[in-house]
Design a protein around this ligand. Structure first.
Ligand SMILES: NC(=O)c1ccc[n+]([C@@H]2O[C@H](COP(=O)([O-])OP(=O)(O)OC[C@H]3O[C@@H](n4cnc5c(N)ncnc54)[C@H](O)[C@@H]3O)[C@@H](O)[C@H]2O)c1
Length: 87
């Protein structure tokens, strides 16, 4: 996965509203394999929580607020070093 850029929708988590954290676990695992992870979640706060966890483990992550039900990420262009922008 080294230098691959992966977008995970529903990748956020909240310590206060803990679910099973499927997306969060994917983000952590993918980053541990060398991927650069874009953590997309309806809640930017939840996305940031996962991105922080990834970074604290030495990985590379960017948090964005996005609705995974939409094919496009609401007009955002996500710059990721070493990867193509995700539109
Ligand atoms: N098949 C199984 O065995 C199994 C087991 C557990 C969970 N699940 C399912 O997997 C899903 C995730 O469960 P979880 O426990 O990891 O939940 P979770 O609450 O830990 O995480 C889900 C995240 O997705 C985000 N989210 C919700 N809708 C979104 C959208 N439209 N766009 C972007 N982000 C969105 C939420 O804000 C939340 O941060 C649920 O649908 C759950 O029912 C299936």
């Amino acid at each position: 996965m080294t230098d691959k850029v992966v977008l995970v929708t529903g990748g956020g988590f909240s310590p206060d509203q803990a679910g099973s954290g499927l997306g969060q676990s994917m983000c952590v695992e993918l980053a541990s394999e060398g991927a650069k992870v874009v953590v997309a979640d309806l809640s930017l706060e939840r996305a940031e929580a996962t991105a922080t966890q990834v970074r604290e483990a030495g990985g590379d992550a960017l948090a964005v607020a996005a609705d995974g039900r939409h094919r496009r990420v609401h007009g955002h262009t996500i710059p990721v070093d070493g990867g193509s922008p995700i539109r």
